[in-house]
Design a protein around this ligand. Structure first.
Ligand SMILES: Cc1ncc(COP(=O)(O)O)c(C=O)c1O
Length: 498
């Protein structure tokens, strides 16, 4: 893998001491630079930790020192339950003029793709001699996966989570606590993923000696984007092998939802120029005559309630940074961002917490710029339809994040995606049941199930009561989250105002 080699220790890529980070390209052999994006934009105080991590990444992940990767692969099999199936979706295939296959990452332990990365990084922390783990979470899936991996490996664990997300994803807050980790509520800003990442970085900056930051997506300073992709690329390697086994060819397209971009990069990595640790590119009989570079790659972002932005209020009612963002620096890397004309990061929005982020991974941004990956978006209403469609037609309740990728199938045509389309089912929807029902009750969706059976009005009035309580005592969520006794509020009213 080119970018993990030949690291320049005297001129760090994209770091503040680099005289011209923009001129760098991955082809220069400079690790962590992807076209215009990537780098290490971090305070000097954090550089020793970043360098220590880069060395550990190269030594253990890339060079398999002390058989680290063998240990990881054994654990992600036995503890995680890999490989996940590649399942033919008969009803969706009938509905569309192409065959749909589902990569079932929802069946991975914890219910989402997040465990691949969380387990990999927790194991790396253990090999590095770190005893404490910190992590951020949006949808709670990464927090849950990290808490599970930390418990499995006997590490202390603290999870930072925005207060808005704590309300939206309560089941995962319980799961994190049950796995013995602490939940630290973050009230800053809108109380979502961006603020949680900032707070976790702050913690890490003062605790690097004994602590590793398990970042949850392909974002942040190098080596995080490359390392997270490498732990997630098992998804694409399995898609590739299972496609050849199932239908004697590579898929015509792979579709994945994009928040920070880890399930997208995980599902795409085998089909981009870099063929992985051991693989090789090239047309072959076994791939059905299709080259890896001919597999269509579609990243589906959250279109929220609108793709327009309100510059004056600093609000983008979407999380479509690939489709509508512009270049800037966030969380230690240069990438595509939702920002106003003064470079202030905008408040993002999505019906799904895991996509509700104003940035995106630098490598994914570069792959979109080079037109290897196409970025498209699906709005909140269509995503909810996708949620119900997969539940009703295939018996799989998806995460609201995943529902964006499912919904997009309805908006495409075979000429665009080809004959065999793999959709990465990044997670299951158990965490979303309450908010999905509330959001459905607010809309007039043809596909919605009969809602009378659910006491949605009671849920809605319950949420109003709790929201007003929050207004008079903003610290309640804080106190409750750290004791594990969250009140029953939800995010329904707030989501509707956008
Ligand atoms: C199920 C699921 N899918 C997708 C995402 C988006 O994250 P990423 O883009 O890093 O895969 C999340 C984030 O929490 C998630 O929980």
């Amino acid at each position: 893998m080119s970018e993990g080699r030949g690291r320049e220790t005297d001129r760090r890529p994209g770091s503040r001491s680099d005289p011209n980070p923009d001129s760098a390209t991955e082809e220069d052999g400079r690790p962590g630079i992807y076209g215009e994006y990537g780098g290490q934009y971090v305070p000097e105080a954090l550089m020793p930790a970043i360098e220590e991590l880069t060395d550990a990444y190269e030594r253990y992940v890339l060079d398999n020192d002390e058989n680290f990767m063998d240990d990881f692969e054994a654990r992600i099999t036995d503890f995680g339950g890999r490989p996940t199936p590649l399942q033919h979706a008969a009803q969706l295939s009938d509905r569309y003029d192409f065959e749909v296959y589902l990569k079932r990452e929802d069946l991975l332990h914890g219910g989402a793709h997040k465990l691949n990365n969380a387990l990999g990084q927790c194991l790396l922390a253990k090999y590095m001699g770190k005893e404490r783990i910190v992590a951020e979470t949006g949808a709670g899936q990464h927090g849950t996966a990290t808490a599970m991996a930390a418990a499995h490996l006997g590490l202390d664990c603290e999870i930072y989570m925005g207060t808005r997300d704590i309300r939206r994803q309560r089941p995962n807050v319980f799961r994190i606590r049950l796995n013995g980790a602490q939940v630290n509520p973050v009230e800053a800003g809108r109380g979502t993923l961006k603020e949680a990442i900032s707070e976790t970085m702050r913690d890490w900056a003062t605790t690097v000696e004994d602590t590793h930051y398990v970042i949850g997506s392909v974002v942040g300073p190098h080596p995080f984007p490359a390392m997270v992709r490498d732990f997630q690329r098992v998804i694409a390697e399995e898609i590739r092998a299972q496609s050849i086994e199932t239908f004697d060819a590579l898929p015509s397209s792979v579709v994945a939802c994009a928040g920070g971009g880890s399930n997208t990069m995980g599902a795409f990595a085998a089909f981009t120029e870099e063929r992985g640790r051991t693989g090789e590119t090239g047309k072959a009989e076994e791939t059905g005559g299709r080259d890896d570079s001919e597999v269509g790659l579609f990243a589906i972002e959250a279109g929220g309630s609108s793709l327009s932005v309100d510059e004056d209020r600093g609000v983008a009612p979407n999380s479509a940074s690939l489709s509508t963002g512009s270049e800037g620096v966030l969380h230690g890397a240069r990438t595509k961002l939702l920002q106003d004309r003064d470079g202030q990061i905008m408040e993002s929005h999505s019906i799904s917490s895991g996509l509700d982020y104003a940035g995106v991974g630098p490598e994914l941004a570069a792959l979109v710029d080079s037109e290897r990956v196409r970025a498209l978006s699906v709005d909140d209403d269509r995503a909810l339809e996708g949620f119900h469609r997969l539940s009703q037609e295939e018996g799989i309740i998806p995460a609201l994040e995943t529902a964006h990728a499912i919904a997009w199938l309805d908006e495409t045509d075979p000429a665009e995606v080809g004959d065999r389309v793999v959709v990465n089912v990044s997670g299951r929807g158990d965490k979303d049941l309450e908010s999905a029902l509330e959001e459905t009750a607010k809309r007039d969706l043809d596909i919605a199930p009969e809602m009378d059976v659910f006491d949605v009005s009671a849920m809605a009035s319950g949420s109003e009561a709790d929201t007003s309580q929050e207004g008079t005592n903003g610290h309640d969520a804080d106190a409750n989250a750290s004791t594990g006794s969250e009140s029953s509020d939800s995010d329904g009213g707030e989501g509707n105002t956008r």
